[in-house]
Design a protein around this ligand. Sequence first.
Ligand code: MSP
Length: 513
Amino acid sequence: MDKNFYITTPIYYPSARPHMGHAYSSIIADFFARFKRMDGFNVYFLTGTDEHGLKIQRAAEKNGIETSKFCDEISKTFKDLSKTLNLTNTDFIRTTEQRHKESVQHLWNELKKNDDIYLSKYSGWYSVSDEAFYSDEEIEEIDGKKQSISSKSAVEWMDEESYFFRLSKWEKPLLDFYEKNPDFISPESRKNEVISFVKSGLKDLSVSRKSFSWGIKVPNDNDHVIYVWLDALTNYISALNYPNKDNDLYKKYWPASIHLIGKDILRFHAIYWPAFLLAAKIEPPKKVYGHGWILSNDQKMSKSKGNILDPLEIINEYGLDPLRYYLIKEVSFGNDGNISQERLEDCINSDLANNYGNLCQRVTAFAIKNCQSKIPEKVQFEKEDLDILEKFSENLALIRNKIDNQDINFYIDFIVNSLFEANKYFNDQEPWKKKNDITRLNTIVYTTLEIVRKISFLLYPIIPESTLKALKIFNINENEIILSTVANNDFLVKGNSINKIDILFNKIEKKDD
Ligand code: MSP
């Protein structure tokens, strides 16, 4: 079985500091990376910054800073954010790096060699904010200003000599590819919109610009820079040392298992990218997943709307794991989700502090007092113990399958239900009334500790730092978190010590309490 897993985030534009939408894509990717790693996969997890093009050049000019210096500064804030978010990315790529430039130019030459690129003239609409071309049908006029109907960004007329990619030639091969790879575009709901766009007819794509210079030069034609999307998309293979296809990274990880992106950039990933790759005789990625947007006051966050939520502010106030938990649980994956401080506080109080934190504290305190701080002996599980313990083994295959289909909602529901059941089990079994029946008391404590361990393993990809603190109860380290052991009912070793841990989550005093 293929035990290699390659996941990517979009590479972010360093035109402004990162916001919650960027943090969201990265946290979700980290969740999958951690899950796969604890399931025994070799994981390559890539993120980075997309630094060329007019959008970045203009942002630098506006800030009065030399473009490459501007990119260095803002790219660093994204790199710092990946540390703050506790991402386990393997690499952080910048499109201004030499390794990337070489890959892009090589890919260009391949396309040229195969007669997929020709020189002509582009006249049409262009949005610098989206770095995208739009047809007349995709444009509307509001208050005398032209803008894209889908993204609402301003467009400007462009009229210049340009190289074109023969996208039209790839219409049929793309449709065949989608048919043979029904999971390529996910979720299912986004698939149709892409397919009907392709079916409506693809025009050749302008892939170079002449009117500015901040980009990778077209080989043998220094007057042109390569279209920023052709440049940016190539990051997914330049990080694996393309064009050297014989190196370990490329051999192990290409084609990528999943490109995780926001739904706004689906067209680039689900149409242009596989077309470029097919044209260069490279296998396309296995899946492109377009997630929904984080909304702030019902709108997509953007600098111009002034509704940006700063992840650093939230993390400073509430901590990282509560934010990770909240984004993963409350934004129904695949759909848009409004983010609210009140719901975040509810999550912390009810799920994290009351349900998880409290369970860990209660059973540990009880075991320290009544089992001499040691894992007690379980003599024999009763039906009620097995009922709860075996839910995990019974569902493990399903959990894996759901994660392979990006059903995060199932995953989190399973955990939340398990936490409720675990607390109920401990209450119903009343071990404090079993002091005359030590065998039973020990078995109840053992069962509850096993459940704490299992749930902590499952929670690890969501709230890594907190679960590692919780697992100190058993002296379990990060490299011992192995998904398959969630099916074991006798993982904990009798006689091993049980350690007291600090409070995992402080409850938030709500203003209206
Ligand atoms: N540079 C391109 C991507 C190139 S990938 C080869 C780009 N950058 S971006 O910085 O504008 O946005 C990148 C991604 O951030 C979006 O696709 C999406 O994944 C995420 N988000 C940006 N705003 C978002 C929200 N408000 N909500 C959720 N995610 C959004 O596009």
